[in-house]
Structure formats: structure tokens, C-alpha cells
Design a protein around this ligand. Structure first.
Ligand SMILES: Cc1ncc(COP(=O)(O)O)c(C=O)c1O
Length: 397
């Protein structure tokens, strides 16, 4: 069957696909160590669940305004002011079915055929495809591990063209766990200041920071750029609410109205029940987040130290998010089952099939030679994963 031309450039999400395979193996009784997931293993806080139960009980089960119920948009404004020092009015906020939908709406609202969006590699797998789906062209600007994955302002300037409509920043980042310093953000701001493009910040991992420093958005270091800033965020990672589907975006009124229009004619409002839960989350205590972050920090230290103790594997300490991006180039070229291992795709396949460890190859993130493993699983499972990785490396010729 012939499908639309714009789908030809689109790939299914590599992380979702690998996760589905790992889950299928587990369902068939195999003891799989799943390090592929991009979701917290913690449960959604009880007070958030109670708010959803209350919504059901009281019949809050109908359509809401497309952009979200007014109290929730107000709560988002309060959150952005309190946590991020960014002032927005409720009309400048749209509530969406997940952070992914915020970004999707943004590119649908912003891009004409051939418009360019600057994306730093390694990148979250969905950015280039979302840009393609909106008819845009992703312009990939590489960053280097040696620089802590900080983008080089000179490379940004070189990538800017009259067709550049937006640039995406993601700090803390998926998949690298890199966190942009004030100096890095200032460098990015200087590079784009003279160019009329939007700056989209994907702050999904804002709360998952291990540096001890407060989170910084580009708007904090460059207030003059706030009029062309779109802040995208959501509750999936910070409140362990991946399945609830709740994101939001704040930005210039015209762009938010455009995003709302896209949503009006596609999904309409995010689930009313989820919105009530989100309201409770945003207005509620943050001790569950603190507990999660403390536990992730311990797991990160344990896991990254374990990875670095395996010959041929090297892993930079991520400053945020919950992913370890391990450099496995030291293993490529070695032989496995009599054949040379040529790339991280092949390596991930062997790991899953023969050692029952699900790790995502770096290639779909624009990071060939790396694998991404999440540490959102218990310390026991992480230890088991490390043991199996060590066995795998020992089996290489
Ligand atoms: C960098 C980044 N942005 C956005 C999202 C989307 O999150 P949500 O589940 O809220 O759509 C993810 C999810 O993995 C992510 O890693």
C-alpha cells in the first residue's frame, strides 16, 4: 500500500522497539536485564493517584478546554516562575498529552516545507523524525564527549542559514546525561542572538540533576531571548508519570495559539483525569522527587564505576537524566562467535539475544560506537547487568 511520502523518512522509535522486544522476551519467561527503558521504575506518588481517583469519582471525565483546564495552566505558570524564574501568563501555556506532543505541536505550528531545525548530536531519537513529519529539515550539529557534549558556538553559527526556524536544546540530555553550564548557555545565546529563530528548550529532565547546582534554562542567562523561547516540559520523568501522558509548553502567545490549533484538530485536550493528577503534582510536595534523585545518583555512581571497570568500555559520568552512554568502540573490531563486531547495533543485538541485556545502540541517537543504558532499575538488576556485560566482553575474541 502506498503511504504518504513524508512517512518515507520516518523511522520507528528505536528505544520503544527495543523495549518492546525486551518485554516480549521477559514475557516468554526469559530473565532479561532491561536497561533500555526511558521511564522511572518508581511508582507515581500516592497523592497524585488519589487526585485522579477523585476526578473519576466526581465525574471529571469530560472534555476540557483544548489547551488544558485553566487551574492547570495557572499552576504551570506558577511552577515556571518559582522553579525557573520565567514569567508566563496562562494564555501562553498549552497542556499536552506528554512532552512529545508539545514538541510535535511546536514543529507542526512552526515549520514550512524545507525549514531547518538545528539539533545537536547525540540527540533524542524523536527530534529529527518530528521535524521531518512537519516537512522540515533537521540540521545535525555534532558535539564532542571531550567537551562534555557542550555545543560549539562557532559550529552553531556555521549551521545557521536563512531557513533556520528553530534550534533545540535538551539539558539534562537524553541520551548523554550532559548538563549545560551557564557559560555553555551564554555561548549558545550569543551564537543565535543575531538570527531570527526560535529556541526550543526541552526541559523534560530538569529535576533529574546530580550536580548540586540549580537547573538553568537559556532564558535565565539570556532574558532578551525569552520572546522567542519555547519551553517544553512535562511530568513523565520527574513524577514517574510516563503512562499518564502529561506535558506542557510555554512561549510566545502566537506560537502557543498555533500549537493549540494543531491540538484542536488532532488530539484535543490531554486526559481530564490526568490533568487533575497533574494539578495535584504541581501543587504538591516535592519530597518524592528528592528521594528519586538521591536513589538515581547512587545507582549512577555504582553503574558507571562498574562500566568503567570493564576492559574496552568507557563511560562518562552523566550529570543529569538517568542514562549512561558508554563508549564501546574499544570492543568493535573484536570477534564474536567467529565474526567481527562492526557496530553498536550488532553489539546490542548480541547482548540481547545471548546475554539477555537490553541496551540501546547509539546509532539512532546520532552516536555510533556508543550504547545507551538507563539506570532506572534496582541496584541488584544493575549489578546483574554489569556481570553479564563482563561475560559478554570475556566472550569476545
Ligand atoms: C529528551 C526527551 N524529551 C521528551 C520526552 C517525552 O516525554 P513524554 O513521555 O512526556 O512524551 C522524552 C521521553 O523519553 C525525552 O527523553
Amino acid at each position: 500500500m502506498k503511504l504518504a511520502r513524508r512517512l518515507q523518512a520516518i523511522k520507528p522509535s528505536a528505544t520503544l522497539a527495543l523495549n518492546a522486544r525486551a518485554k516480549a522476551l521477559a514475557a516468554s519467561g526469559k530473565d532479561v536485564v532491561v536497561l533500555a527503558a526511558g521511564e522511572p521504575d518508581f511508582d507515581t506518588p500516592e497523592f497524585v493517584k488519589q487526585a485522579a481517583i477523585e476526578a473519576l469519582r466526581t465525574g471529571f471525565t469530560k472534555y476540557t478546554a483544548t489547551a488544558g483546564m485553566p487551574e492547570l495552566r495557572e499552576a504551570v505558570c506558577r511552577k515556571l516562575e518559582k522553579d525557573n524564574g520565567l514569567k508566563y501568563a496562562p494564555e501562553q501555556v498549552v497542556v499536552t498529552a506528554g512532552g512529545k506532543q508539545s514538541l510535535y505541536n511546536c514543529f507542526q505550528a512552526l515549520l514550512d516545507e524545507g525549514d531547518e531545525v538545528i539539533i545537536f548530536a547525540p540527540y533524542w531519537v524523536s527530534y529529527p523524525d518530528m521535524v521531518h513529519l512537519a516537512g522540515g529539515t533537521p540540521v545535525i550539529v555534532p558535539t564532542r564527549e571531550e567537551d562534555g557534549y557542550a555545543p560549539d558556538p562557532a559550529a552553531i553559527k556555521k549551521a545557521l542559514t536563512p531557513r533556520t526556524r528553530a534550534i533545540i536544546l535538551n539539558s539534562p540530555a537524553n541520551p548523554t546525561g550532559a548538563v549545560y553550564s551557564r557559560a555553555t548557555l551564554e555561548g549558545i545565546a550569543d551564537a543565535v542572538r543575531g538570527h531570527d529563530c526560535f529556541i526550543v528548550t526541552d526541559d523534560m529532565y530538569e529535576k533529574l540533576l546530580y550536580t548540586g547546582e540549580p537547573f538553568l534554562n537559556l532564558g535565565n542567562v539570556a532574558p532578551d531571548l525569552v520572546p522567542r523561547l519555547l519551553v517544553s516540559n512535562g511530568l513523565s520523568k520527574s513524577y514517574a508519570m510516563t503512562g499518564w501522558r502529561l506535558g506542557y509548553a510555554a512561549g510566545p502567545k502566537a506560537l502557543i495559539s498555533g500549537m493549540q490549533l494543531v491540538q484542536d484538530q488532532s488530539t484535543s485536550n490531554a486526559s481530564s483525569i490526568t490533568q487533575k493528577a497533574a494539578l495535584a503534582a504541581l501543587n504538591g510536595p516535592t519530597d518524592t522527587i528528592t528521594a528519586m534523585v538521591n536513589e538515581y545518583r547512587e545507582r549512577r555512581d555504582l553503574f558507571v564505576a562498574g562500566l568503567n571497570a570493564i576492559p574496552g568500555i568507557r563511560c562518562r559520568l552523566p550529570e543529569g537524566a538517568f542514562y549512561a552512554m558508554a563508549d564501546v568502540r574499544g570492543l568493535l573490531g573484536k570477534t564474536y562467535k567467529g565474526k567481527p563486531l562492526t557496530d553498536s547495533l550488532q553489539l546490542s543485538e548480541a547482548l540481547l539475544n545471548d546475554f539477555l541485556v537490553a541496551a540501546v545502540p547509539g546509532d539512532p541517537f546520532g552516536a555510533p560506537g556508543y550504547i545507551r543504558m538507563s539506570f532506572v532499575t534496582s541496584r541488584e538488576v544493575l549489578q546483574k547487568g554489569l556481570t553479564r556485560l563482563r561475560d559478554f566482553v570475556a566472550a569476545l575474541g
